[in-house]
Ligand binder design. Sequence first.
Ligand code: MOS
Length: 735
Amino acid sequence: MSVIGAPITRVDGKLKVTGEAKYSAEFQVPNVAQAVMVRSTIPNGKIVSMDTARAQRVAGVIAILTPSNAPKLPQGGKAGIHPPAGRNLSLLQDDEVHYNGQPIALVVAESLHAALYAKSLIAVRYQPAPPKLDFMAEMDASHPGHHGKDPADEGRGDVEAGLAQAEVKVDEIYATPIQTHNPMEPHATIAKWDGDHLTLYDATQYVSGVKSSMAKTLGIPDDNIRVICPFVGGGFGCKGSMWSHVVLAAMAAKQINRPVKIALERPQMFGPVGARPQTYQHIVLGATRDGKLTSVRHDVHCHTSVMEDFLEPSAVQTRMLYACPNLTTSHRLVPLNLGVPTFQRAPGEATGTFALESAMDELAYKLNMDPLQLRLVNYAEEDPQSKKPFTGKHLRECYSRGAEKFGWSKRNHEPRSMQENGQLIGWGMATATYPGNRMAASALVRFLPNGRVLVASGTQDLGTGTYTIMSQVAADTLGISTDLIDVKLGDTTLPKAPVSGGSMSAASVTPAVKVAATQARLKILTMAAGDSQSPVHGATPEELDFKDGKVFRKASPDKSVSFTEILARQGNKPVEATGDAQPEQDAERFSAHSFGAVFAEVSVDPQLGTVRVRRVVGVYDVGKLLNKKTGASQFIGGIVWGISLALFEEAHVDPHTGRIANANLSEYHVPVNADIPDIDVSVIDIPDMNFNPLGARGIGEIGITGAGGAVANAVYHATGKRIREAPITADKLLA
Ligand code: MOS
C-alpha cells in the first residue's frame, strides 16, 4: 500500500506536545529587547501631540518610536507590493489616524512589564474628524472591488429575460458580520540585524513574501533578509500578509542596535492584522416549477478600510456552482474607518455559500422540492461561466454518499415536523466548494552519509500537516520509510515556495518534492552503477531499482548496495537534487475546483431559542487525499468554523468610537468542545490527474464552505424561521 494517502500521524506531533517545537516568539535571541505597540483611541483624525516624557523615565525603557522621531522609510513606507504579502501599513510615517486601534507608537524596553507600564503613561492629543462607521449609511458611496484576477462584475445571458421565464422566485438579503482571526498563536516577530543583514523570526504563512515586502519597505536588497518560521500556531489567512508590527520590529532593532521582539496581545489581533469583512449579499433566484434555475443574481457589498481596498469575493462561487444560462454578479466595497480587512479561510466562499446555499434552500421550499434534489436538477457538468471542463468533479458522489451516511431519505420536508423531548429537530444540507489553486514551487532532497534523507522547501506548515505530507511524498518516491526522512521548511534560505494560502501548499509543494526525489534517486542509481565495488556496477539506471535505502538490479534483487555505502566510498559527501514544479502547461484548458456536500442536524429549544448542532456529515471531492488523518482534521476544523460562522462569531464595532467592543476571547464567541458534536468526514478520493502529478487539490479551506449554510438550513427546518443574518442567535430566533 502506498504511503501517500496513509493516515500517518503528523511527524512534528511529538515536538509539539513536548513543547520542543519553537514558535516565532520563543526563539532565544541574546540581548533581545521587548516592544509593545501603542494604538490610537479615535477612529479618524490627526495626532496633535504625543507626550512621552513620563514613559521615557520608566526604568528599563530604551526607546519610544513615534511619528515625530521614527526613521523615515522610502516612499513613506508604502512599498506598493501586491497582497497577500504587501499591505497598506501603519509605520509611524505621518500623524494620520484611520481607525481606532491603529499602531501610532512603539515602546521598546528591557522587559515586557517596563514596556507595558511606559505605554500606559503616554498621553496622546488628537484632532478628531468624523469617522465613517455606518456600513448601511455608506453603502451608496461604494465602489467596485476585485479579488486577485476575479473581476468585480461577471455574468452571462440575460437575467431579466431569465426572471421573466421564472415561475418561482427568491429575492432576499443575506448578511455576515466582521469575523476576526484568532489563531492560538497571535502574530509575533523577532528582528535581529547583523550589520546590514536582517534576520526575522516571524509567525507567517509566507516567508518569502515577508522577505521581499520587507526589502522593498526598508529599501534594502532582498538578499540581505532571511525569514525563519519553522512552526505556525494557526494562520487562516491573517498571517498571509506582512503587517505593521513586523516592520516596526525591524525599524526599532535598527534604531537601538539590538534585537527586538514584538508579540501581539490578544486584543491587538482585532484591528491591525486583518479580519474578514462584513458582507451584505442580495440574491435573486428564478426557477421553473421543476426547479431549473432560469436566472441568478448575486450582488455583494462588503466593507473595506479607508486605508486599502480588500474584497471578500462572496459571489465568485455563484458563477460556477450551478448550471444557469442567465447570471449576474457584482462586488462593491464600502470604505470604513476600520483596520484593513484580509483573507480569512475561504475568503468569498465561506460567506458566499452561507448566502447562496440559504437562498437555494428557500427556493426548494417555494418549490416544495427536496433541497438535495434541487441541487441535482441544477448540477453543472462543466463550468457554466468559463464553459471549460472541470479538471475532475465528483460532486454527485458527495451528495449521494453524504445523504446515505446522514439518512437524508428519512427527512420529513415540512418545517417543525421533527421533534424530540420538546426540542425542535432540523436537518439541512448545502454544497461546499473551493477552487483548486496551484503555483510554482521548488524543493530539495538530500541523501546524507548517516543514512537519513533531508527534504526541504521554503514553504510553511500552519499546523495542518505540510511536514507530514512532504515526508510521505518523498518516502513514496524513494521507496523508504518516513522514519528515515527529516523535513525542513519555513526558511527563506531553502528553495522558494508560494504563500501557504489559497489551499495551495500541498498542491504546489508536493509535486516539487516528487521531482526532487526522483532526480536525487537517479543520482544515487547512477553513482551506484559507476561504483566499481558495488554489485550493480555497469548497470544502466533503467536496470536498477531502489528500495529501503538500497540499490539493486531489478533482475537480481538479492545483491544490493546501500546509499550510505555508496556515499562512504565517494568521500561521505551528501548527494542532493532540487526539483521545480509549476502548474501543468494545459492548466488553462480546465476549470479546477473542489466540491463537497455537508449535512447538519440541529436541535432548537422553542422556548429559549438556543441552537445545538447534533451531528454533521461532510463528504468531499478534493482529488487524492494525501493523508487521511491530517486531512480529516482539516475538514473537521473547517466545519467547526462553519458552525461558528452560522451560530457564534461576530466582532462588534462600537458605532461611535469605531472600537472593536469584544476584542477578547471571552466575548468574541467561538465554539468550544461542548458546542461541537460528532463530525463525520470522508472523501471520494479519486485522483485529479488533470490538476497535478499527485492528483491532489488543496483542502485547507473547503471545510468551512457550505457548513454555515447547512446549519442555517437545519435551523429553518427545525423552526420554520429563516434567519438571513449570521450569526443565528437566540434573540433573532425569538424575535
Ligand atoms: Mo487562506 S484565507 O488563503 O490562508
